[in-house]
Write a protein that binds this ligand. Structure first.
Ligand code: PY5
Length: 307
């Protein structure tokens, strides 16, 4: 979906019109991917107000990502959290996707240069279901990628580093060229890691499993929320290894992520998952998740930050 090219962004403490939020072509990050980012969603609540889902966790992860790459991030968590709120307010947004970014800018082009200044920006815009309008209800068709998920010995995989997403881009493009909607990447040992931009859950015999950190995943905030929701609903939910044949033999499977929310997977490489539509456990988790983000589940109110 193309960006609307309007509104204002927060850039290092100033509100800047869309057209002016630019950078130089010799910025370090453009050449080497030396930036970190977040994806956050805000949701319209029952009373008409807007709230941000797990705002503090996302801003803290941005700081952790910057730390992992030794990219100085001068704005404290409180300042960036307020920047997110301000961008939503000033753009009059309720349901929105928020994209904070911190990257190394213009000075020199040595790969390890320490003199490039960090630029930090926060943008917000409407973004519907990431994997398509029908995905949340009908589920998506996924394929196991020929590309291996980058390994945690190569990159800090728990960070959202800009350059890491070349791995995801290759996998996503390959999947789409083959007629699938999303890619599932295996880790270096051939075990399931995650989707190109989502975590993955499988359901077998009423129990949920999702690959753990040792499988080079990004430990997603939605994944964490879904683990809690599943257990609160009484479903056993564990982190652990998922083999490729367990993936193909699952009763149900679904992706989780800020952009993808909770998206059922209905087919993987020609193997029909369950009955080929959203499974019953996936449905219950998805329903509870969407109630939680809209403020309709009192026990998860702590996940919402007012705007
Ligand atoms: N794994 C990867 C590789 C991701 O990029 C993401 C999020 C997740 C898992 C899920 O993490 P979380 O639940 O914390 O969002 N992806 C981004 C998002 O905003 C970018 C997608 C294009 O969902």
């Amino acid at each position: 979906m193309a960006l609307e090219r309007k509104g204002v962004l927060w850039v290092d403490g100033e509100m800047v019109p869309f057209a002016d939020a630019t950078t130089h072509v010799l910025s370090h990050a453009l050449h080497y991917g030396s930036g970190v980012f977040e994806g956050i969603r805000a949701y319209r609540q029952g009373d008409g107000s807007a709230a941000v889902f797990r705002l503090r966790d996302h801003v803290e992860r941005l700081h952790a990502s910057a730390r992992a790459y030794k990219i100085p991030l001068p704005h404290p968590v409180e300042v960036l959290s307020e920047a997110v709120r301000r961008v939503l307010r000033e753009n009059g947004l309720g349901d929105a996707y928020i994209r904070p970014l911190a990257y190394l800018g213009l000075s020199s082009l040595g790969v390890g240069s320490r003199d490039c200044p960090t630029s930090t920006a926060v943008a917000a815009f409407p973004w519907g279901p990431y994997l398509g309008p029908e995905a949340l209800e009908k589920g998506v068709r996924a394929t196991v990628s020929s590309w291996t998920r980058l390994h945690h010995s190569m990159f800090p995989t728990s960070a959202k580093g800009c350059g890491q997403y070349l791995n995801s881009m290759l996998a996503t493009r390959e999947a789409k060229e083959k007629g699938f909607e999303e890619a599932i990447l295996l880790d270096r040992d051939g075990l399931v890691s995650e989707g190109a931009g989502e975590n993955l859950f499988v359901v077998r015999g009423g129990a949920l499993r999702t690959p753990g950190r040792e499988h080079s995943i990004l430990p997603g905030i939605t994944r964490d929320s879904v683990l809690r929701i599943a257990r609160d609903l009484g479903f056993p939910a564990a982190e652990g290894a998922v083999t490729r044949d367990e993936l193909y033999g699952a009763d149900e499977a679904f992706f989780t992520g800020t952009a993808a929310e909770v998206t059922p997977v209905r087919e993987i490489d020609g193997y029909i998952v369950g009955a080929g539509r959203r499974g019953p456990i996936t449905g219950r988790i998805q329903e509870t998740f969407f109630r939680a983000v809209r403020g309709a589940e009192p026990r998860y109110r702590e996940w919402l930050a007012g705007v």
